[in-house]
Every structure is written in structure tokens, then in C-alpha cells.
Write a protein that binds this ligand. Structure first.
Ligand code: ARG
Length: 461
């Protein structure tokens, strides 16, 4: 069997079958086939440019690689753990087709720089896909914001009613989070987009390869300066899966919020039937399973990040086989986040807020108390004294079972003479909301211009 192996020459005995099963990666790295073919085609053309292959040989190799790619896509490639990984499968298929010409492809290259290149090409593509998914989600959120400029929500801290916020302000908060996620991915992309190929096993090669040419062909912005570093570098994966983890965490917080808001207790929103499931025993149930799984699957992504962090811990330079284990975490994290993002956008677009229910309870919980305090400050009451006074008024309301707006002018006069004349213009949630003015606040004019700004930013017509 050693004859099948690309490294068989050194060995006289065959590999233990248990070792083949233990060391294979073809069961998961076959996903890299496209990147492996692209990388090999660029490598072959470069080898012809520098005279290590004839141009006829390079063209034969490139054409055969395209056929192999199509064979894989038609599901006609037989995968075997005897051939370890995707790189060996493709090289073996090439040699079967082209004989000695195929045997020349791996000139000036190692699987160590090859796999690093393939993974970088894959991650670059994944980042571009994620950017589109995040953009769709942002668009759904901006549309929801535009529809919620007249919706007032209770804003929470510590999950206790705090101050009123516009529905549009609420949705745009998530647009900001996903914007940072997109920017973070673009920043990671800069470090992904540096070519490893040509580092060979660890030290480079004595052959006259042209790495700049390979970089140009594959769209890499630059060539890695240090072969020892880049053949072992997986920092870009740690970063990428961290970026994915942050997205997953943003999704999970929102999912938790809407799971709560869909309860009878909150009753703020009606989730679309298409995104809920029922109970096998309780006929009345409509469960928010999609949101629960978006929340739950975030755990996997964070687990994947943990796996990668621990994987690279203590690895000496340069390539170590441990690094083969990076791919399961990478693929799982990407698949999980992409699937969640694909569901989040339509779920948001189809969810209806129960505006009547929200409005009916908006005056509960003293959402206007902080605005009242700020009004007192504007009338000359020192901040701490105003805080104290409003705290006492809230206690009084609790005793009387009333709202701040129900307290008499005499009560406000006792806080500070003259206060009662304007105070009722800031009391009540609708008034309190109108009182906001700072940049970035929930002031309706602020929020309206933010919605307009985001529409322009995201190219929404
Ligand atoms: N399947 C391997 C991986 O994913 C490819 C590199 C193997 N290199 C080696 N020297 N055995 O890491």
C-alpha cells in the first residue's frame, strides 16, 4: 500500500489500518477541493513561467485539474483514507491521468504551505459570503427600523424598565453591532490575504520559484515574508473564528430577547408561524425553536474557538500535524453562523410587534422618571438632590398606586417652587421620549436621521 502514498519511498512496511483511520482528514478537508485546484493551477502556471515546467506541461496539468474538479463536483471521485487528505487525492488523480507530467506538480511545494494556502483561500471566500449575509441582516433591521419610527418601546437595563426608546432606535442598535462585525471581518481579511505558498515545508526552496506571480494569480495582496512563520501560522483562523463567535453572541443576545418578548408575560411580538414549531403533547404551543437554537448554537461556535486556541497552544515551529485538527472547528463555526444569519433576516422581516399591548403598558414602570430628574436639573436643582427627590416621588406613587404624571402641582412645588408650571410637559412616556436631544440618543429627530444615514450606507433605495 505504501506505493499509493506520496511519501511511500522512505517506507518498506505498510501503514497500520488503524493509523490510516486515525490520521486521515479526507472526511472533512474534501471541502477544500476547489481551493486546492485553484492553488495548484496557479502554482503550475508559475512553474512554467520560471522554466520548471514547459508551458505545454502546465496547460496539461491545469486542464486535468479542471477535469478532476468537475469529477469531484459530479460526485464521481472515490475518496479513500489511504490517501489521507484532499491534497493527496487530487495529486494522485492527476498522476493517474498524466503520469510523469502529473508527478511534476508538487515541485517547490509542500503540503504544509499548500494546506495553509487552501485554508486561506477558503476563509477569504467565507468572509465575503458572511459580509453579504450580514448586509442582508442589516437591511432587514433597517427596514424594521423605518417601520418603527412611531413605535415606543420600554428600554431595559438589568431587564428592568429604564427609559423609553423608539423601536427604530432599538433595531438600529443591532445594525451597529453587525456593522462592527463586518468591519472586524474585513480587518481579519487583510491578514488572511497574505500568500503562504512557496514557504514549502518550512524553510522555502532552492528552486527558482516566483511567489509574487502566484500571489497575483490567486488575488493575494502580498507574499508572506517568513516561511517558518507562515507555514505554521493559524492566527488568522483564531481571529476568524473569534469574529464568528462575536456574531454568534450578538445573535444569541437578540434571540434571548425575542424569546422573552414572545412569552405571554411580555407579549410584545408575534413570531411568524414559519419560524416556530409546536408541541407533540400540548396542542396550544407555539415554540420559538429557531431563536432557541440560534441562542444554543452560539455555544458551538465559542467551543470551536476554544478548540482552536487550545490546539495551537505550545506548538513548536513549524508545521505540526496537530494543525490538521483546525478544519473541523473552522467549518463548524462558519456553517453554524451562516445558517443562523440566513434565518435571522427573514425572521426579523416577518415578525410583527403587538403595538397595542406594548402601548397599553408603557406607562408602567416609571419610564419617565429620569426625564423628570433631568427636568428638575434644568430648573436649577442639583443633580443629586433631583435624583433623591424623584426617588421619593416614585415611592409616593408606589404607595398611591399612581404615575408620576398623576401627582398634583402641589407635590411638584414642594420639590422646588415653580417646578409645576412646565413639569407636565415632560411627564408621561410620550413626552419623556420627545425630551431627548443628545447625539446618538433616542430623540426622534436623531433616530430619523440615523435611519436615513443607514439607508444610504447600505444602499437601500
Ligand atoms: N492534511 C494535512 C493538514 O490538514 C495536510 C498537511 C500535511 N502535512 C504533513 N507534513 N503531513 O494539516
Amino acid at each position: 500500500m505504501s506505493s499509493q502514498k506520496t511519501w511511500g519511498g522512505r517506507f518498506s512496511g505498510s501503514t497500520d489500518e488503524r493509523v490510516e483511520a486515525f490520521t486521515e482528514s479526507i472526511s472533512f478537508d474534501r471541502r477544500l477541493y476547489l481551493q486546492d485546484v485553484q492553488g495548484s493551477q496557479a502554482h503550475a502556471r508559475m512553474l512554467a513561467e520560471v522554466g520548471l515546467l514547459s508551458s505545454a506541461e502546465a496547460e496539461q496539468i491545469c486542464a486535468a485539474l479542471t477535469e478532476i474538479k468537475q469529477q469531484i463536483e459530479r460526485g464521481e471521485m472515490t475518496f479513500s483514507i489511504k490517501l489521507e487528505d484532499i491534497h493527496t487525492h487530487i495529486e494522485r488523480a492527476l498522476i493517474e491521468r498524466l503520469g510523469d507530467v502529473g508527478r511534476k506538480l508538487h515541485t517547490g511545494r509542500s503540503r504544509n504551505d499548500q494546506v495553509a494556502t487552501d485554508v486561506k483561500l477558503w476563509v477569504r471566500d467565507a468572509i465575503d459570503q458572511l459580509d453579504l449575509l450580514l448586509l442582508s441582516l442589516q437591511k432587514a433591521l433597517v427596514e424594521a427600523a423605518a417601520d418603527s419610527l412611531d413605535l415606543v418601546l420600554p428600554g431595559y437595563t438589568h431587564l428592568q424598565r429604564a427609559q423609553p426608546v423608539l423601536g427604530a432606535h432599538y433595531f438600529l442598535a443591532y445594525v451597529e453591532k453587525y456593522q462592527r462585525d463586518r468591519e472586524r471581518l474585513q480587518d481579519t481579511r487583510k491578514r488572511v490575504n497574505v500568500l503562504p505558498l512557496g514557504a514549502a515545508a518550512l524553510a522555502g526552496t532552492s528552486l527558482p520559484i516566483d511567489r509574487e506571480s502566484v500571489a497575483r494569480k490567486l488575488g493575494f495582496a502580498s507574499v508572506a515574508r517568513n516561511s517558518l512563520d507562515v507555514s505554521s501560522d493559524r492566527d488568522f483562523l483564531l481571529e476568524f473564528v473569534f469574529d464568528l463567535s462575536v456574531i454568534a453572541l450578538h445573535l444569541s443576545g437578540w434571540a434571548e430577547e425575542w424569546i422573552l418578548w414572545a412569552t405571554t408575560e411580555f407579549n410584545f411580538l408575534e413570531l411568524p408561524d414559519a419560524f416556530c414549531t409546536g408541541s407533540s403533547i400540548m396542542p396550544h404551543k407555539k415554540n420559538p425553536d429557531v431563536l432557541e437554537l440560534i441562542r444554543g448554537k452560539a455555544a458551538r461556535v465559542v467551543g470551536d474557538l476554544q478548540q482552536l486556541l487550545v490546539l495551537v497552544r505550545g506548538l513548536p515551529l513549524a508545521y505540526n500535524r496537530d494543525l490538521q485538527e483546525d478544519k473541523t472547528a473552522l467549518f463548524d463555526a462558519f456553517d453554524t453562523v451562516a445558517a443562523s444569519l440566513e434565518l435571522a433576516a427573514p425572521l426579523i422581516a416577518q415578525t410583527r410587534f403587538r403595538r397595542d399591548v406594548i402601548a397599553a403598558r408603557l406607562e408602567d414602570g416609571y419610564l419617565d422618571a429620569t426625564t423628570l430628574m433631568e427636568y428638575c436639573i434644568s430648573q436649577g436643582v442639583p443633580m443629586r438632590a433631583a435624583h433623591e427627590a424623584v426617588g421619593k416621588l416614585v415611592r409616593l406613587c408606589e404607595e398611591r398606586g399612581c404615575r408620576l404624571a398623576d401627582l398634583s402641582a402641589d407635590v411638584y412645588e414642594s420639590v422646588r417652587p415653580g417646578l409645576s408650571s412646565g413639569v407636565y410637559q415632560v411627564l408621561g412616556v410620550a413626552n419623556a421620549l420627545q425630551a431627548f436631544r443628545s447625539f446618538g440618543s433616542t430623540a426622534p429627530t436623531q433616530v430619523e436621521s440615523q435611519v436615513t444615514w443607514w439607508r444610504q450606507q447600505l444602499g437601500i433605495g
